[in-house]
Design a protein around this ligand. Structure first.
Ligand SMILES: [Zn+2]
Ligand SMILES: [Zn+2]
Length: 136
């Protein structure tokens, strides 16, 4: 990896970690980092690398081909189970003690050791449920 790439990657990681648990479009990231002189293709390339390394997660909304990227490489994220909303694409942290109960349960009942840093539950978030109810 060239020095140039490493620098781009650093800037990208820095930006993503400042916006941890926010879902960002690649174009949004590119726009924010335009002043740093990072090209859109470099952003995509680095995002793909970071995704492979498990530092970034790719999500999308239901019925949309638009993809979001989200930084999940922080300390907090490694210890959390993530809840991913299929409607708005947002990701939330499951309450730690609730996650503990769930993991404990699965370990006991299924004899399965859950890796919480890799675990995402998909569904509809509270905000989107409220929204749906209001629109009924
Ligand atoms: Zn997180
Ligand atoms: Zn939602």
């Amino acid at each position: 990896m060239s020095k140039y790439m490493t620098k781009q990657r650093k800037i990208l990681l820095q930006f993503l970690s400042e916006h941890a648990d926010e879902s960002l479009f690649a174009e949004q990231i590119a726009l924010a980092l335009k002043e740093e002189g990072i090209s859109v293709s470099a952003i995509y390339r680095n995002l793909a690398d970071l995704e492979k390394e498990g530092k970034v997660r790719r999500t999308s909304k239901d019925g949309s081909r638009k993809v979001f990227f989200q930084y999940i490489g922080g300390e907090e994220c490694r210890a959390c189970i993530h809840l991913s909303c299929k409607k708005c694409g947002k990701t939330y942290h499951m309450d730690m003690s609730e996650a503990d109960i769930l993991i404990h349960h699965v370990a006991k009942q299924e004899k399965f050791a859950v890796d919480r840093s890799q675990t995402v539950l998909y569904g509809i978030c509270g905000d989107c449920q409220d929204h749906e109810r209001r629109n009924d």
